[in-house]
Design a protein around this ligand. Structure first.
Ligand SMILES: [Zn+2]
Length: 63
């Protein structure tokens, strides 16, 4: 678990685990963390958004 998102494990993922975070819109960041929004939807976000409480996608761009 601890090294799940490092090294060669990433390379089997689509785009090597990278993409645009649906929460902070950071591009080419690693999108590695599955979280549940308050609506109960599953979202895959970057490390920065992992600990945020997300109501739904694209709601936290005002920061
Ligand atoms: Zn993010």
């Amino acid at each position: 678990m601890s090294k799940r998102f490092r090294g060669k494990g990433l390379w089997g993922l689509p785009s090597h685990g990278r993409g645009t975070c649906p929460v902070c819109q950071t591009k080419r960041i690693k999108i590695l963390y599955d979280i549940l929004t308050e609506e109960g939807k599953k979202l895959t976000v970057c490390k920065r958004c992992r600990k945020k409480k997300i109501k739904s996608a694209c709601q936290e761009n005002k920061l």
